[in-house]
Each structure stands twice: as C-alpha cells, then as structure tokens.
Design a protein around this ligand. Structure first.
Ligand code: HEC
Ligand code: HEC
Length: 337
C-alpha cells in the first residue's frame, strides 16, 4: 500500500515537473517571485521607479482634467477596478466618438512586459505610449499646453513634482506622461500560474494543468509566450481570415503584424480581438485555432484551454483611491466641443 502511494505520489510529482519543463521549453516565463528580479524586469533605467513618481503618476492617470472635456481619464478606457480595459467593443472617447479604426482598448495591466505598445506596436515603451491618447482626438483630445497648464495650476501637483524629481524640475508634457508611464510599470498581477511555474505545484488545479498542456501542445504558446503570454508582434490571419476582419480598417503594422495581446486576466477583458467583436472566450480560442493554427478546436479542447486561462487571473496591486488636488482659479475650464 505504502509503495503504491509512493509510486502514485512520485508520478504526480514527475508529471508536474515535466509540465513545468514543457512550459519553460515553450517559452513561458513566470513573473518572478523575488522582488529584486521583478524590479529588474519592470524598471526603466532612464526613469527609475520611485514611490513618489508612482503616487503622482497614479493621480495623473486618474485625473480627467487632463482631457479637453475634463471628463475622460486614462482610467475611463483602462479601468483598473476591472481588467484594465473598458469592456466595450470600440474605445469611446471625446464627444462619445468611437475609435475611428474600431480599435478595442487593450489592458494596461502587465503592459510593462510588452516589447512594444499599441495594436501595431508603434510605441516602444509605456512612457512613449502615454503621449498618444492624451492628444488623440477620439480619446482625450487635449493639447500639450492644456495638460501642462492644468497640472501647473494646482500647487499640490507642483509640489509633488518637486518631491518626485527635485526642486529644479520643469513640468513639461513629457515629464507628465513619463510619470504616468512610471506608475503603469507597477501594474502587474501575479497569478496562480506564476506560483506554479515558480515551483509551487499545487497552485494550479488539475484541470488548469491539463489545459496548460493542451495550450502548449496545440501551439498557442508559439505566439502567446514570455512573461505576458503575448506582447510581441505576431502574424495574423495565418491560415484563414478573421471572421470580423471587415469591421474597422485595421490591418496591422506595415508588415501586417499585430501585437499579440497578453492572456493575463483574459477572463476580465472581453470583448476580444483588435476590434472587440468576439465576446465569448471559448469562441476566441476556437477562432485562434482556425485562423492562426489551421486547426479545428473541439469544444472539449476549448473548455480545457479556458480552464487554463482562469489560472492567469492575477492579484491586482493594492491601490487606494487617490485624492486629486482641487482646481484653482487658473485651471483651464472644460471644453465639451
Ligand atoms: C478613449 C479611450 C482611451 C483613453 C482615454 C486612453 N486609452 Fe489607452 N488605448 C486605447 C485604445 C483604443 C488603444 C489601442 C490603440 C491603438 O493600438 O492604436 C490604447 C492603447 C493603450 C496602451 C497600449 C497597450 C497595448 O497592449 O499595446 C496603453 C499602455 C495605454 N493605452 C495607456 C493609456 C494611458 C496611460 C492613457 C491616459 C494618458 C490612455 N491609455 C488613455 C483607448 C484609450
Ligand atoms: C501565430 C500567432 C498566434 C497563435 C498561434 C495564437 N495566437 Fe492568439 N492572438 C494572436 C494575435 C496576433 C492576436 C490579436 C489578433 C487581433 O486582435 O487582431 C491574438 C489574440 C488572441 C486572443 C484575444 C485577446 C484579446 O485580448 O483580445 C485570445 C484569447 C487568444 N489569442 C488566444 C489564443 C489561443 C488559446 C491560441 C491557441 C489555440 C492562440 N491564441 C494562438 C497571435 C496568435
């Protein structure tokens, strides 16, 4: 009896071990459990993460006064209380305008692990990315001058910039967006999957482990890999054309490549794909099989992968609701036009 139990136990042990190896061989990388290792991954040597910058960046991320209408913040479309996105098909910004290319808002959680930002990868990092939406007409529709003026009009903000960067700081548009980027670097969500890959074998359920196996065997990890299970540019419409390709005019970058979205917290970021046309995760999994791998994915396989994807729902950082400084007489007024 004892021998049988020992054999059974070591079989489970070996299975878990080999699955861990398979995952690593497939290019899947956990969020490191060591804080020092993690900091190496998320820090920006040109704009080191500090508590003061992160605290200020969080306020700016949440402050709708940076937009022309003073109603729209980064958090409007990348809601940190949800999946770091907005839950609508096409992003909706200034004057209720939809994104002209029918683009869906991607999540900002774990975006620090992406090698480039935007669906076509046109920004190299979070700091560069943050300049886009503030000025984009269908998003926040502001001007650099508006944003700088808003921030400078509030003594509390000016003081916080000094604390973050030193007394000689010149508050520019780029410093403001850098600070938002610095905050975004901290938006990471370690999940049971990471604990599993970091060696705690019981962190994932047997079904989730089975699903991980399917995910690797079918070939999903050939594009959804690295720390983010995505984040690099990838080929699209490889074996067939995406069912809703005609919605919006997005065709990828100049080589037709599309940023592979992260699969972390994927259960919280519907609707799916660049134009947000697919609401069910299982449908998205099957569509991937059809257009990326030339393979029909059965209901059972889709369910199994779906089980695995649950293990990617992570723990959000502990944010407390920031109190924004009060507007002053010289703070620009909202403009709804
Ligand atoms: C009106 C909605 C909207 C607002 C407001 C908005 N975004 Fe976005 N965001 C989007 C959309 C849509 C995309 C994808 C656009 C593209 O790829 O061209 C995007 C892309 C991103 C990305 C890239 C993620 C990835 O997977 O490539 C980051 C990071 C981001 N936004 C952060 C921000 C920050 C910071 C702010 C505030 C300064 C902000 N966004 C304001 C809708 C919005
Ligand atoms: C050849 C590369 C490639 C392969 C293989 C691949 N994907 Fe994708 N995946 C992508 C790209 C690129 C997108 C973004 C497509 C778009 O929206 O335009 C994507 C999007 C997704 C999305 C939607 C994410 C979101 O936030 O909108 C899910 C879910 C997904 N893939 C899961 C899978 C699964 C499961 C498999 C295996 C069955 C798989 N993928 C195989 C490249 C790939």
């Amino acid at each position: 009896m004892k021998i049988i139990t020992t054999i059974a136990l070591s079989a489970t042990f070996l299975m878990a071990n080999s699955l861990m190896d398979d995952a690593k061989n497939a290019g899947l990388v956990p969020i490191p459990s060591s804080k020092t290792e993690l900091l190496k991954l998320i820090d920006n040597p040109k704009n080191h993460i500090t508590d003061a910058k992160v605290k200020l960046g969080e306020k700016l991320y949440m402050d709708p006064r940076l937009s022309k209408s003073e109603l729209i913040s980064c958090n409007t479309c990348h809601n940190l209380m949800e999946g770091g996105d907005d839950g609508v098909g096409a992003a909706t910004g200034h004057k209720w305008r939809h994104n002209p290319h029918h683009l869906n808002s991607p999540t900002v959680y774990n975006a620090v692990f992406f090698s480039s930002q935007f669906w076509d990868g046109r920004a190299k990092d979070l700091e560069a990315q943050a300049q886009g939406p503030t000025l984009a007409h269908p998003e926040m529709a502001a001007t650099k001058e508006h944003i700088v003026q808003v921030v400078k009009s509030m003594p509390e903000y000016v003081k916080e910039f000094k604390v973050a960067y030193g007394d000689n700081i010149k508050i520019t548009f780029e410093k403001i967006t850098d600070t938002i980027g610095n905050f975004e670097r901290t938006l990471i969500t370690p999940a049971p999957y990471d604990e599993f890959l970091n060696g705690y074998k019981e962190a994932m359920t047997p079904k989730q482990k089975e699903g991980l196996k399917t995910f690797i065997q079918i070939g999903c990890a050939s594009c959804h890999n690295g720390v983010a299970l995505g984040g690099e540019m990838g080929a699209f419409n490889v074996t067939a054309t995406y069912k809703y390709m005609n919605v919006g005019d997005f065709k990828g970058d100049k080589n037709g490549m599309v940023k592979v979205p992260t699969l972390r917290n994927i259960t919280q970021t519907a609707p799916y794909f660049h134009n947000g046309k697919v609401w069910s995760l299982k449908d998205a999994i099957k569509e991937m099989g059809r257009i990326q791998l030339g393979r029909k994915i059965s209901d059972k396989e889709a369910q199994s992968i779906n089980d695995f994807l649950q293990s990617l729902t992570g723990k959000k950082p502990n944010l407390s609701m920031p109190m924004l400084p009060a507007s002053t007489a010289i703070t620009p007024k909202p403009n709804l036009d």
